[in-house]
Design a protein around this ligand. Structure first.
Ligand SMILES: [Zn+2]
Ligand SMILES: [Zn+2]
Length: 383
């Protein structure tokens, strides 16, 4: 009976469009929204910024979530391939699509296990599955084609990367550029691929096979990293649901890299995976020169900027402290109170504006400097 109900045409109101989104289309969580100190310059200025939350739904920081998951996916797949023999190392990018397109959110998630059955029937031993709720709309495809024709895009730019530039974190804009189209991507070890062995109601396609795996060859890590990264950027996002999952022989319950390869080898593979994934990260976030020396952005300052890790070293240097003006000294003191001692913290309303944070730092630092002095000197200090 359930089966029959599942097969009935699904009315629009149960369609998942309002529940299942893609990463980076929610609102920024409180912990990353406010400004906080991120560094200081040798002239004593405090630099402010927003710290990354690396959460899936944050429009500013979802790439951190993409990166972390891609790194662990590449590591597990690499370990599996390292441990396998001969053709067992072969890794394919497969896509499984059901005939249904407008389904409920629950159905969308439950179809993931049907998709896994379908690719296993086609010969996959298991693997990494990324659920995709949407396809790009005709209008979006047209926009992409035009940009390519006009030479505004490099050949490697993916369709979804391009669309992100238009829609950013705005879900309404995304809705105009996508349409329902549940399908499931797989990075799956597979020796012999047989698409005809797939059960009715499903189509499984082999997109490509990954370059040959060789643990000393960075390119074989990067090849997997690019795919895992890109597929995660537009995977399905709904609270309490995982965008990507493991199954079959590659699932953590079936394959333990540390046990199979030993701790040293596993560490080494994880490092290489992180390195491979780190490449697109630099490209997408900061561009080149992210590691260059940074300088203070206060007008006419241009002193070297340091991380907060170095602050204690500077403030304990009495001659450096004497060399900077009192207001800056107060602000640095407040940074210590806020970030290290955690005894005072500005309210969210203050953390929305750079000027307000700087004022708060001055007031707080002044108050604390005063309290730590003897009464006689306190009056003197306020002159
Ligand atoms: Zn964030
Ligand atoms: Zn400065």
């Amino acid at each position: 009976m359930d089966e029959v109900e599942d097969d009935l045409p699904t009315p629009d109101r149960t369609y998942y469009g309002d529940t299942v989104k893609i990463p980076g289309t929610g609102s920024a969580p409180n912990r990353c929204r406010g400004l906080s100190p991120v560094g200081f310059c040798e002239g004593g200025h405090v630099a402010l910024g927003r710290s990354s939350c690396d959460t899936r739904y944050c429009p500013d920081h979802y790439l951190g979530w993409v990166r972390d998951g891609a790194a662990s996916a590449v590591a597990r797949l690499a370990a599996y391939r390292e441990n396998a023999e001969g053709w067992g190392k072969r890794l394919l990018h497969l896509v499984a699509s059901p005939e249904a397109d407008r389904v409920s959110a629950d159905r969308f998630w439950s179809m993931r296990s049907d998709a896994q059955d379908a690719v296993q029937a086609a010969g996959a031993r298991g693997g990494y599955c990324i659920a995709h709720p949407y396809r790009t709309s005709d209008a979006a495809d047209e926009l992409f084609r035009t940009a390519v024709q006009e030479g505004n895009l490099s050949a490697e730019t993916g369709r979804w990367t391009f669309l992100r530039r238009f829609a950013g974190g705005d879900w309404e804009k995304w809705q105009s550029m996508t349409e329902a189209g549940p399908h499931y991507h797989f990075l799956a070890p597979c020796e012999d691929f047989d698409p005809d062995a797939v059960p009715d109601g499903w189509v499984v396609k082999n997109v490509r096979s990954f370059s040959r795996f060789e643990k000393r060859d960075m390119e074989s890590f990067e090849d997997m990293a690019r795919a895992a990264w890109y597929l995660r950027t537009h995977g399905a996002a709904e609270e309490f649901r995982q965008t990507a999952t493991w199954f079959g022989d590659v699932h953590p319950a079936s394959f333990d890299p540390e046990e199979e390869l030993g701790a040293v080898e596993w560490d080494c593979i994880q490092e290489r995976a992180a390195e491979a994934v780190g490449v697109p990260m630099e490209e997408m976030r900061d561009g080149e020169g992210a590691k260059e020396e940074r300088t203070c952005e206060v007008d006419d300052c241009e002193e070297i900027l340091h991380d907060l890790d170095d602050l204690r070293m500077f403030t304990s240097d009495a001659s450096w402290m004497r060399s900077i003006p009192p207001k800056r000294r107060h602000r640095l003191r407040a940074v210590e109170i806020w970030m290290f001692e955690e005894s005072q913290k500005p309210p969210p309303s203050v953390r929305s504006s750079e000027a307000k944070v700087q004022d708060w730092l001055l007031e707080t630092g002044r108050m604390y400097s005063d309290h730590s002095k003897q009464t006689g000197l306190k009056a003197f200090d306020q002159l």
